[in-house]
Design a protein around this ligand. Structure first.
Ligand code: G
Ligand code: MN
Length: 450
């Protein structure tokens, strides 16, 4: 009971009370989102050829603006601000009801008969949203955006449509016109992301959805190879092969990243231990999410794994991407130092692509530097990259680090790197990542032991 009372007092989107106290004319009584969904379904079924029907979502400000305003001025001010803008927008309610879509977002169904009409409406809406906003004498800068969806052309479910149009509204804030059309691909992307997140937990318990592929690392000085990188692959039963670039960030946003990291480490170490027992003493490199490193028991779990498989820590390398930040650097640093102390190798992956590579060098206690493949790929015809890579190698050596070049695809690039004293190379020139059995037969044949 008191909940709904509070909502009326604190959310101007619900109308009456707050609008009255802020004193800005007739309040805009917004209807609930569930009612808008019903309207969308009804509109999708209309077959009136002479009329066009749109779903319009107006984001009065983006969420960043909203957060900033709350932080600096507080809720009451934010409510007043919103009421001023809602009063400006009152004209849109003349022909149709408006619905509450989010904190500072409203949705409506807009029906029109002609293009001119349409253009006029968007222009008028934009003009209102672009008006300077002054609240209690303070000019406030917020960026509005409009998302538009043609309901006559939209084949997907109402809820997905609303989500996609809301996202279009966010994109609208950045577009020169102030609005963008709903992008079904975006809605499709979100559905796909949701499927992947929902299925990841189960996939970890099945035998072969997640798999490791292996790619060798060659020592440029000798032409021999004694290290291998384990690369995670996901073969989804419906979506097929999904790349780590797609699923890792999704899983990192959930608690599942812990299970995934454990899975990868267990499989990689078990596999390498087996190769060791077959007298193929390879060093194994595994990429680890910075999130996992920050788990309290990361080091103890790893220690346990190494003991279980009697695997020497010096044959393990953990890679951390410089693109991913650590949310708690002192903790992460402490863990990395502890790992180094145990004899585990630490590398900075994707080096040269982050926004602050010097920061990584200064703060990540790594003994290996992996130069990102985008820098390597372009070497033959990019003199700036040549200068950068040469300097990176020299700098890493001065810092007592060894250097790996990723994504070496041609002999020309390999020779260039060798000439600059780069220590190791990985890439398609040597081999494409392969499943364990295929990899080890290829490896034994390519690098026979004398
Ligand atoms: O930066 P990271 O270690 O996450 O990159 C590994 C990915 O790079 C793997 O998915 C692997 O398939 C891919 N890869 C490995 N070698 C090459 C190469 O020579 N060229 C390209 N384009 N990709 C490569
Ligand atoms: Mn890597």
């Amino acid at each position: 009971m008191s909940d709904s009372l509070q909502a009326t007092q604190y959310s101007p989107l619900l109308g009456e009370e707050t609008a009255a106290h802020s004193g800005h004319g007739d309040p805009m009584a917004l209807r609930e989102r569930s009612l808008l969904l019903r309207e969308i379904v009804a509109a999708q079924q209309e077959k009136a050829a002479e009329r066009r029907t749109f779903l319009v979502v107006i984001n009065i400000a983006d969420t960043k603006n909203y957060d900033d305003i709350i932080r600096v001025f507080g809720y009451k001010f934010a409510d007043d601000l919103l009421n001023i803008r809602l009063a400006d927008l009152d004209f849109i309610r003349q022909d149709q009801p408006a619905f509450r879509v989010g904190f500072w977002s409203i949705g409506l169904i807009y029906r029109t008969t002609g293009e001119d009409d349409l253009r006029y409406s968007w222009a008028k809406l934009n003009a209102v949203l672009a008006k300077p906003l002054i609240c209690r004498g303070i000019p406030i800068s917020i960026k509005a955006g409009i998302g538009i969806c043609d309901l006559m052309k939209s084949p997907i479910a109402a809820e997905d449509l609303l989500q996609a149009t809301y996202l279009a509204g966010q994109a609208g804030a950045a577009s020169p016109t102030g609005w963008t059309e709903c992008n079904y691909d975006l809605a499709e992307d979100h559905r796909r992301a949701f499927t992947l997140i929902s299925d990841a937990g189960h996939a970890l318990t099945t035998a072969d959805e997640f798999q490791l592929s292996y790619q060798a690392r060659v020592t440029l000085r000798s032409g021999q190879a004694d290290a291998v990188e384990a690369l995670l692959r996901w073969y989804h039963p419906v979506l097929g092969r999904v790349t780590p670039d797609e699923f890792i960030p999704l899983i990192e946003a959930t608690g599942l990243v812990r299970d995934l990291t454990s899975w990868v480490l267990a499989y990689a170490i078990a596999q390498a231990a087996k190769w060791h027992s077959d007298n193929q003493k390879l060093k194994i490199c595994v990429k680890i999410s910075t999130k996992s490193l920050e788990e309290d028991d990361f080091v103890s779990r790893l220690r346990e794994l190494l003991e279980t498989y009697k695997f020497p820590p010096a044959y393990l390398e953990l890679e951390f991407s410089e693109r991913r930040s650590f949310s708690n650097l002192p903790v992460a640093r402490g863990r990395l130092l502890e790992l180094r102390e145990m004899g585990v190798n630490i590398s900075i992956d994707d080096f040269g692509t982050g926004t602050n590579s010097f920061w990584s060098l200064e703060n990540i206690p790594a003994n290996i530097l992996k130069i990102d493949r985008n820098m390597i790929k372009s070497l033959p015809d990019n003199v700036r990259h040549q200068a950068l890579v040469k300097s990176m190698i020299r700098m890493a050596h001065e810092l007592d680090m060894e250097v790996v070049a990723e994504g070496v695809e041609t002999a020309a690039v390999r020779d260039m790197l060798h000439g600059w004293n780069c220590d190791f190379a990985e890439g398609f020139l040597l081999n494409r990542p392969m499943p364990a059995d295929a990899f080890i037969s290829w490896f034994t044949e390519t690098f026979p032991r004398n």
